[in-house]
Design a protein around this ligand. Structure first.
Ligand SMILES: NC(=O)c1ccc[n+]([C@@H]2O[C@H](COP(=O)([O-])OP(=O)(O)OC[C@H]3O[C@@H](n4cnc5c(N)ncnc54)[C@H](OP(=O)(O)O)[C@@H]3O)[C@@H](O)[C@H]2O)c1
Length: 313
């Protein structure tokens, strides 16, 4: 519970907000892509990065909603640099279109914030016939990252600045099936909405660790970290009306609010304390420990190889 949160080594705690953890930071000259910027944590991350003069690309599946959020941000921050681009992470074709359009814009890319997510829906397949949570939360972000890596490397080289990839994971990675069910990814009969959500969030952690291994091997000035944002009342519970109602009722006492929920993302994306830190798992704007699967290099490598095969055109 955030109300009892103590400050960690970073000097921040569960009650710190996204504005608290970025106070005094100047993001001028940085460009960020934030997925799922139309709601909850992604929307607040967009606002706070824009407040710090970062040029934010809102990568969203509902561009109408994206444009209306952009207008609201501009009313409060008239000099904000915010653009809206269409991205449906549950479609590999849409991810490819987005990346091609972004690359052809010639913009640099310093920060990639893989935030969008769906939680515990009934069994559904994506447009590519892959279980929806694995497809949206992991595979779409995996392909997006792959396609944008060259732009991030070039930007970090030209600007002589570290680029950062931030995967918004969850403590729910502890509820994954035993590791990742590679053989049963799309099997409806063994599907558990919560375990499959946990599995996709475990994949977010392993993805950041495996990216780190590649960056270190190739001497690339990029980092990749994963994080748990806290428990926050957002639209994430849209598939669970009863729980959602209870959360609305008790949430204000026990859950983080959205400015607190976006804090760890903004901290990992912008804070100088995180310079050079890669392959870590953060919580409440401090380094934390994932479970043993989240540290399993062999599992991370297997996930990487299988993901590469699954996104191959
Ligand atoms: N809230 C929590 O307590 C909590 C706890 C741990 C981890 N997290 C993680 O935090 C992240 C953000 O969640 P949130 O709480 O802010 O939830 P949210 O309010 O439901 O926001 C999720 C965002 O993801 C977008 N999205 C969903 N499917 C997409 C797709 N196929 N393509 C593109 N965008 C898509 C949604 O777009 P639409 O607006 O179009 O639906 C929305 O903008 C998620 O990764 C979640 O797993 C949240």
């Amino acid at each position: 519970m955030w109300i009892f949160g103590r400050k960690g080594a970073s000097g921040f705690s569960a009650s710190s907000t996204a504005e608290d953890v970025t106070e005094g930071i100047n993001g001028t000259g940085l460009t960020a892509i934030i997925t799922g910027a139309t709601s909850g944590i992604g929307m607040e991350t967009t606002r706070v990065l824009a407040l710090h003069e970062v040029h934010v690309i809102m990568a969203v599946r509902n561009t109408e909603s994206g444009r209306s959020i952009k207008e609201n941000i501009l009313k409060k921050i008239p000099n904000a640099k915010v653009d809206v681009m269409e991205l449906d992470l549950s479609s590999l074709a849409s991810v490819r279109n987005f990346a091609a359009e972004f690359i052809s814009s010639g913009l640099p890319l310093n920060l990639l914030i893989n935030n969008a997510g769906v939680m515990a829906p009934p069994f559904m397949l994506s447009k590519d016939k892959i279980e929806l949570q694995f497809a949206t939360n992991h595979l779409g972000h995996f392909l997006l990252t792959q396609l944008l890596l060259e732009t991030m490397k070039r930007t970090s080289h030209e600007q002589k600045k570290e680029g950062r990839i931030v995967n918004v994971s969850s403590e729910a990675h502890r509820f994954a099936y035993k590791g990742i069910y590679f053989d049963n990814l799309n099997d409806e009969s063994s599907y558990s909405p919560i375990y499959a959500y946990g599995q996709s969030k475990l994949a977010n952690i392993l993805h950041a660790k495996e990216l780190t291994r590649h960056f270190k091997e190739n001497g690339v000035n990029l980092t990749a970290n994963a994080l748990h944002p806290g428990s926050i009342a957002t639209n994430l519970l849209r598939y669970h009306n009863i729980v959602d109602g209870m959360v609305d009722w008790v949430g204000k006492y026990f859950l983080k609010n959205i400015p607190q929920g976006a804090a760890t993302t903004c901290y990992v994306a912008l804070h100088p304390q995180v310079k050079g830190v890669s392959g870590e798992y953060f919580m409440d704007s401090n380094i934390a420990q994932p479970n043993s699967y989240g540290k399993d290099e062999k599992l991370g490598k297997e996930l990487w190889d299988i993901s590469l095969t699954m996104v191959a055109p």
